[in-house]
Write a protein that binds this ligand. Sequence first.
Ligand SMILES: *[C@@H]1O[C@H](CO)[C@@H](O)[C@H](O)[C@H]1NC(C)=O
Ligand SMILES: *[C@@H]1O[C@H](CO)[C@@H](O)[C@H](O)[C@H]1NC(C)=O
Length: 377
Amino acid sequence: MAGGVRSRCPLLLLFLVGVAARAAASGVVTDGLLPNGNFELGPANSALNGTRVMDPNSIPNWEISGFVEYIGSGQKQDDMILPVPEGARAVRLGNDATIRQRLSVVRKASYSITFCAARTCAQAERLNVSVAPESGVLPIQTVYTSTGWDSYSYAFKARHSAVWLTVHNTGVEEDPACGPLIDSVAIKTLGPPRLTKGNMLRNGDFEEGPFIFPDTAWGVLVPPMDEDVVSPLPGWMVMSGTKVVKYVDAAHHAVPHGARAVELVAGREAALVQEARTVPGRRYRLSFSVGDAANGCEASMAVEAYAARATARVAYESRGTGGSKRAELEFAAVADRTRVVFQSDNHHMRTDGTLCGPVVDDVALVGVRGHTARRLL
Ligand SMILES: *[C@@H]1O[C@H](CO)[C@@H](O)[C@H](O)[C@H]1NC(C)=O
Ligand SMILES: *[C@@H]1O[C@H](CO)[C@@H](O)[C@H](O)[C@H]1NC(C)=O
């Protein structure tokens, strides 16, 4: 894994050469890993007491406060090995600990942040990610991936051209060191969720979304969010108390259409939602793909879709090797706004303990002519 950064950067540079050249000229942050976003540059030994970082400015590009530890790969706590997903270093945010980095951004542009986090000893860990004046609390008490590391996303709209990205562990544990490990922090500019011809939904194919690290095979979790905040998955909202959906890429998963899709990994505890303008009484057809991500998730799955008063339950027999089918739901609108909702009807788990579920992709909503709103499937 230590070669990850070296192999990744040239690749990113190839893809982003135009963006990078423009951004470099203006000093604006570029898509990809943040400066020292993987914490491979660490404090001098003189700034450490054991693993605890004593000097707030000793991790290059970052500022810290509170109980922050600098963790090397393979380091143990009691009997537990603290693994590091990328490179050899990570930080751990203990009680009331904060890390922050100053970012030069384009004012009014929207950005998503992706970072890897692993729960350690506390049970209900939460991180408050903020770019003032907005903030979001990411619940990380559920471990979704068997490795223990999950990638989380967060999004914000820049109010200023220089902002602080802050990650704060709000925890108050008996052991002040108990808190999540953080590694690999990246940023991506989000395109606005435009409407495309022939679809009343925005970003129906999920091609626009948070940064996915090329060398992580476990996708990116999109956390629940309030309706009025910026979504890392433009156009879409995740509604849940504490659960998430998983954003997956074709490089590591089977994706029904295009390069990205959403895996519903939390059963009925999380819903993927988008609201469209509709005319009451008029009929519409929602069509979408249901499949599996070819990630070994073998199960009898079903996706439930809701719109206005109509529902569809789309059964999908997953062998965990990829595949998909199309499904439809016709409905009559009852209001001038209609929410389309997707959820998995059950929880599923791979044999290694990774939470998984059906994949939804390529969602389209169109008006139809016809006599009755019928329920298909
Ligand atoms: C280092 O940590 C130990 C254990 O918490 C503490 O007793 C000691 O005073 C600390 N040393 C310094 C220089 O802060
Ligand atoms: C999260 O952090 C922001 C910025 O520091 C703060 O305004 C907000 O109150 C915090 N939220 C929680 C729940 O701690």
